[in-house]
Design a protein around this ligand. Structure first.
Ligand code: CDP
Length: 201
């Protein structure tokens, strides 16, 4: 049986960590849709046309080791503005969302465009400063030498672009439950998400 959990929210809100934990807990499959856009962004940085990149994505493209950098994130959010790029990626995400056995998808437009019929919709957010702090710590641990200000600038620039684009802008679905993680530890955020899910099952 299909059961979709849509998790949307701004950059570095903790969607990935929460999604993975929920998927593990429930035995659901997980798709990080941001990774798909990042793979397109990485190909664009390597010289590809954005639409060609979106149409020719392979599983290996999602495993490239530079995908988490702010440079790739910026290229991803620029490619994500293009309606044809988004359209090329819809079908795969939709069929993943409705796969048997349940699925958790995190991104920007999962509850609004990819799967408006999702059984649970969460909008995970936090202040830009808190999000940038978490992402900065994550990147520093992975050995990237970036300042906090650079990470904050990336987060803010992407939020602005993601919220103001015409196609599938970042916004909560009308029936999404908001979880603000500014003052929550990660396990508290996961517990809050699981409470909403258990109430809907
Ligand atoms: O991990 P983080 O929240 O920083 O970003 P991400 O989820 O990996 O997404 C990277 C970029 O891809 C975003 O800034 C969006 O521009 C784009 N994206 C999108 O447009 N739609 C999605 N469903 C997922 C990501």
């Amino acid at each position: 049986m299909a059961f979709t959990i849509a998790i949307d929210g701004p950059a570095a809100a903790g969607k990935g960590t929460i999604s993975k934990a929920i998927a593990r807990e429930l035995g659901f499959a997980h798709l990080d849709t941001g990774l798909i856009y990042r793979a397109v962004g990485a190909k664009v940085l390597a010289g590809s046309d954005p639409l060609k990149a979106a149409n020719s994505l392979s599983a290996e493209d999602l495993e490239a080791d530079n995908l988490r950098t702010p440079e790739v994130a910026q290229a991803a959010s620029k490619a994500a503005v293009i309606a044809e790029v988004r359209a090329a990626l819809v079908q795969f995400q939709r069929s993943f969302a409705r796969r048997a056995g349940g699925a958790v998808l995190d991104g920007r437009d999962i509850g609004t465009v990819i799967c408006p019929e999702a059984e649970v919709k969460l909008f995970v957010t936090a202040s830009a400063e808190v999000r940038a702090q978490r992402r900065h710590a994550e990147l520093t641990e992975k050995g990237h030498a970036l300042s906090f200000d650079e990470v904050l600038a990336d987060v803010k620039a992407r939020d602005d672009r993601d919220m103001s684009r015409a196609e599938a802008p970042l916004k909560p679905a009308e029936d999404a439950v908001l979880i603000d993680t500014s003052d929550l530890a990660i396990d508290e955020a996961i517990t809050a998400a699981l409470q909403v899910i258990h109430a809907a099952r």
